[in-house]
Design a protein around this ligand. Sequence first.
Ligand SMILES: *[C@@H]1O[C@H](CO)[C@@H](O)[C@H](O)[C@H]1NC(C)=O
Ligand SMILES: *[C@@H]1O[C@H](CO)[C@@H](O)[C@H](O)[C@H]1NC(C)=O
Ligand SMILES: *[C@@H]1O[C@H](CO)[C@@H](O)[C@H](O)[C@H]1NC(C)=O
Length: 421
Amino acid sequence: MASKGNVMFNFLLVSVTIIVCSVLKLRFIPFNNEIKRSLGYPIDSLLNFTELSELYGYTSEEHTVLTEDGYILTIFRINGRNCGHKLKRPPILLMHGLLQSSDAWLDAGPKVGLAYLLSDACYDLWVGNQRGNYYSRRHNRLDPDKDPEFWQFSVDEIGYYDIPATIEYVLKYTREDKLNYIGYSQGAGTFFVMCSERPGYCDKANVFIGLAPAARQTNTKSVPYKILLEGVRYLEGALATTGLYELFAKGSLSQEILAFLCKSSATSEVLCGTGESLVDSFHPGSINNETLRVLFGHFPAGTSVHNIARYGQSVKSSHFQKFDYGSARNLEIYGTEQPPHYNLSAVTVPTVVLYGSNDHLVDTKDILWLIKRLPKVLENKRVSDPLWNHFDSAYSQYTREMIFPTINKYLLKYSRKLNKV
Ligand SMILES: *[C@@H]1O[C@H](CO)[C@@H](O)[C@H](O)[C@H]1NC(C)=O
Ligand SMILES: *[C@@H]1O[C@H](CO)[C@@H](O)[C@H](O)[C@H]1NC(C)=O
Ligand SMILES: *[C@@H]1O[C@H](CO)[C@@H](O)[C@H](O)[C@H]1NC(C)=O
């Protein structure tokens, strides 16, 4: 049994290696999926959203959303096994967190993955992908491999462009006026950005359900997470001079090493489970071996250096505010020396918040700060399991008991039965 200190040391060693290799732009020699299969990678970790959902008997569709500023996002629609054309309406949009993709909602498997639970309850479920991850690494003019401009985005732009464009697309396709929105962490924070900055869009949701919603992050406890964020924040300029604008992409050295180390049951819990716990907090058994083996095939999914730097600012600030470029550039961009705060009073949609007491990434204090500012909170619920942490909302094997009932209760309240369009 590896001691905690030992694992911490290995974890740091791997982290340092990854950062050094990223800067040097070393790439892992990519194995193809056939080789990976023979090396013992679980099949689920090698499949994409449509392949994986179809493997378990669900129907899914791939859709393409174009944002006003030219980003091309791939989103998915997934329908349950026993619903036929009897789907509840309106549609639901489920949005992932930082460094994730739509696949996060499948990684825990068909008994507990939130996308499976929702589609088996016959909701018309749409699953988003934010700019920069492997499903949304495209632009109608910019080349992500050549144009640094592609990577000049953070939650500020995701909230301003991606969330509204995705909502518009789903509403138009399903010929509905409104949808119900579930946002996890960054998927919730970006919804707040939209409500603050894009009048009219917030009301396109009947109900907003926030899972560990990330607005301000003043009280984040996780030391490795803070070191990473603040490191990237200080190094953003230096990394740009080396040509590094993208971090933790799928297929990058960091993701390939994680996928490799986590693929076998023998090491997944000891190494990857412990690593995950050191970044977040300990919740033994909640994210099981099988899920750990699978999720690192889809995580990290990639984002911009700029977005990570933005988080580096948000753990240092006591506000939920726009990117801080320093007073001179702030004055140019915003007309004020300090970056403007987001207006949480503009989140006028009925809101439900679910959070865990053991979340070391989005701390309870920051959740309570947020709840106080949201004008229409129907319910704010601390998950009854005292060890519920940040990653549990996406990957726990207890999702069905711990968070799904509350999610389902509010979705039902804001749904009706209709045939599929
Ligand atoms: C998923 O995999 C299938 C089968 O290989 C492929 O046709 C499809 O384009 C993939 N979808 C995405 C979004 O990568
Ligand atoms: C998960 O890993 C732990 C530690 O290696 C092991 O004791 C346990 O049996 C594993 N569980 C499964 C389902 O493989
Ligand atoms: C914030 O939003 C609310 C609700 O839309 C609005 O009444 C208020 O004027 C806004 N505050 C600012 C500072 O823009």
